[in-house]
Design a protein. Structure first.
Length: 204
């Protein structure tokens, strides 16, 4: 996984009033959880935007007043109206300790079902992976070059020992549905397609 650097300043006071003052100053209140005590600090909003408003996931080396920690974003709070970043939680990484991280799913290849006029539906944009920091991938690439109309690719089809995807094995990652004017290809499994459609409401 790609690594980036981020600089922050220690917050001397912690509380709603202080957090509001931090936001007014154009910064985001943050906290790092991990080995020992929590570290409360703030980061420029413009710097945080580059890490949040992107499909990419990064390992973030945070320098807080000279102390550097290897972290990853654990949780983000947004303003309910403006969607502006309100608070970010980081977790400190340890080389031998596994963490749960949402990793982007990227589809590649030319689906025969789509070429026949079917409609490709991607249910999961990200999947949750449980792995040590050095084994976290930038993304999970899913080959759809054999996906016909009525067929689906599920979590169990892309899981492996190194990744250890912890979403439900039967959950549909992507599928190709019949569309008006589509030509069914030989070997399509209509029953599986119906099952895939029923699972499209699964949480990504």
């Amino acid at each position: 996984m790609k690594e980036v650097s981020l600089s922050g300043s220690v917050r001397s006071n912690v509380g709603k009033k202080d957090a509001k003052a931090v936001r007014v100053a154009g910064e985001v209140p943050c906290v790092i959880y991990g080995s020992g005590k929590q570290i409360h600090f703030s980061v420029k909003h413009v710097d945080m935007e580059k890490l949040v408003y992107t499909p990419n996931v990064y390992i973030i080396n945070i320098n807080v007043d000279g102390t550097e920690m290897r972290t990853i974003i654990q949780d983000i709070q947004f303003h309910p109206v403006t969607d502006k970043i309100q608070h970010v939680d980081f977790i400190e990484l340890q080389a031998d300790k596994k963490v749960k991280v949402n990793i982007p799913v990227i589809l590649f290849g030319r689906s025969p079902g789509v070429l026949s006029g079917g409609k490709l539906q991607q249910i999961f944009r990200k999947v949750k992976v449980f792995a040590t920091p050095d084994n976290l991938p930038d993304s999970i690439k899913v080959d759809i070059s054999k996906l016909k109309i009525g067929q689906a690719i599920r979590i169990r089809d892309i899981n492996n020992d190194q990744l250890n995807i912890i979403n439900a094995p039967s959950a549909v990652v992507c599928s190709v549905k019949m569309a008006r004017g589509a030509v069914a290809t030989a070997g399509d499994d209509e029953e599986e397609g119906a099952e895939a459609a029923a699972e499209e409401t699964a949480e990504a």
